[in-house]
Design a protein around this ligand. Structure first.
Ligand SMILES: Cc1cc2nc3c(=O)[nH]c(=O)nc-3n(C[C@H](O)[C@H](O)[C@H](O)COP(=O)(O)OP(=O)(O)OC[C@H]3O[C@@H](n4cnc5c(N)ncnc54)[C@H](O)[C@@H]3O)c2cc1C
Length: 440
């Protein structure tokens, strides 16, 4: 076992913990005792906060579980080990005419990590979350049992593990249903919108005909321009040649951690105004390869280092119903007023399709995601946004959280008590101890 600083993408909190690497799916779990504390699976650390961290415990690093087990190119069914990256899956399946049914905004997540956070993508309004497309997986528990989980077999463990934040055991392999494509290209339209009301109109007008919709929002804009931005909508289109190459590493990277954050009120305002004006036309259309469309942030490696030594906090909430729309307006005004905020603030409407995951985050409503440089002011701001999210019956995304309170968690995830019954007694995380009120 090695001790090293396993980090999450936000680089906050920073924790030293023991790591045990898994190299084969029949490896056994380490035995814990009262002194050696708890276990937690660790995929590729692309979660922003502490769901993949386990202060004082052991993380089970899964990147060695990197083998494909079976691929049926007729039916589009893939079985692979849990540490395979989504990028590696795309490299295999796109030339064969298939794509991930749901993909998050990074291809550097592992399939096990994507399942355990029940990630969502730009097609949530049509396809639901990742868990909707999981056929089966194997779950290794600390009692040594290997449980085949599907909608028919061990279905309670199936539901608890999808979005189960790594707490129900170690997923060793996953079987996925893919969606067919005819090439690697999409046709994308980008439309400028002048304020948040226009965003809602565009979403309503697009969600039926476009498989992928998402908006970037200028979170520094105020007044009549509050919530202005760029709305992207796209569909896969046939392409004669398949540019199958998927970058397993970014081509350029931030080489080292900057001594202080480059992100401040001034740079944010400048960037947001420039990005909004960069597109002169109201509507722009292009054919685009799936890599820049789905994974724009992956093009610069280690971009998180730009936030300096204190790291960053992501915040993603979902706000349901008509009241949620009003709360979104209030939140955008508070964020703009605070002078904190994000280069990349994202808005999207989640659809009605529910995931089998007990603790799944996506639910019908509007979702806002943005990141902030870590500072005491930001903690106060996010506490305020939490209160607003709670009042409207919404939720905050654990995959991006490092600070929500136990009370907030219980309100966001009413299935929490039922879920707790399936938590493996030897598994825990820094996140879990905080939100279950069991912090050391
Ligand atoms: C640039 C960027 C864009 C993103 N965009 C999106 C987005 O659009 N939508 C979205 O939903 N998320 C998004 N995310 C978040 C990211 O997709 C998720 O946090 C994902 O779960 C990370 O996967 P990972 O393999 O790195 O897992 P980790 O972050 O290492 O772990 C995530 C969780 O999975 C558990 N886990 C990992 N492997 C296993 C296993 N084998 N068995 C059991 N549990 C396991 C861990 O214990 C932990 O709780 C984004 C992240 C980044 C950095």
């Amino acid at each position: 076992m090695t001790e090293r600083g396993y980090t999450s993408w936000g680089r906050f909190p920073q924790i030293n913990q023991l790591g045990r690497s898994f190299a084969w799916r029949s490896d056994e779990l380490p035995v814990t005792s009262e002194d050696t504390d708890s276990l937690l699976p660790y995929g590729n650390g692309r979660s922003y906060g502490d769901v993949c961290l386990n202060r004082g415990g052991i993380v089970l690093s899964t990147r060695g579980l990197n083998r494909f087990i079976n691929f049926d190119p007729e039916a589009g069914i893939l079985r692979c080990e849990a540490g395979v990256l989504l990028a590696e899956i795309l490299q295999l399946i796109v030339p064969a005419g298939w794509f991930l049914a749901v993909s998050p905004g990074t291809r550097y997540a592992t399939v096990g990590g994507a399942l355990a956070n029940d990630v969502h993508g730009k097609n949530h309004h049509q396809a639901g979350a990742f868990g909707c497309h999981v056929i089966a997986f194997e779950l290794l528990r600390s009692d040594g049992s290997r449980n085949l989980c599907s909608r028919e077999e061990n279905k309670e463990l199936f539901g608890a593990t999808i979005g189960g934040l790594g707490l129900t055991g170690l997923i060793t392999w996953v079987e996925l249903q893919l969606r067919p494509v005819n090439g690697s290209m999409l046709k994308e339209e980008t439309l400028k919108f002048a304020n948040v009301d226009e965003f809602f109109h565009l979403s309503e007008a697009s969600d039926q005909d476009f498989e992928y919709t998402v908006a970037w929002v200028d979170c520094a804009s105020k007044g009549d321009s509050l919530g202005r931005g760029l709305f992207a909508r796209a569909n896969h289109v046939p392409s004669e040649t398949v540019q199958a190459k998927v970058d397993l590493e970014p081509r350029i990277s931030v080489p080292f951690q900057l001594p202080c954050s480059l992100i401040n009120g001034f740079t944010l305002k400048m960037f947001n105004a420039w990005w909004y004006r960069r597109q002169r036309e109201r509507r722009k259309t292009r054919k685009v390869h799936f890599q820049p469309f789905f994974y724009p942030l992956d093009s610069i490696g280690n971009w998180n280092l730009m936030y300096g030594p204190k790291g960053l906090l992501q915040y993603q909430c979902v706000l349901p119903g008509e009241d949620g729309r009003e709360v979104l307006r209030q939140m955008l005004a508070i964020i703009a007023q605070s002078g904190n905020g994000s280069f990349l603030a994202v808005l999207k409407i989640f659809g009605e399709r529910l995931s089998p995951g007990l603790l799944s985050f996506p639910r019908p409503g509007v979702t806002l995601a943005l990141d902030f440089p870590n500072s005491p002011d930001v903690f106060r701001l996010l506490d305020r946004l939490d209160d607003m999210t709670r009042e409207v019956g919404g939720a905050v995304y654990p995959a991006k959280d490092a600070r929500m309170s136990a009370d907030s968690f219980h309100s966001y995830f009413p299935a929490y008590e039922k879920f707790s019954e399936y938590v493996d007694p030897d598994f825990s995380s820094s996140f879990w101890r905080r939100v279950s009120g069991d912090e050391l």
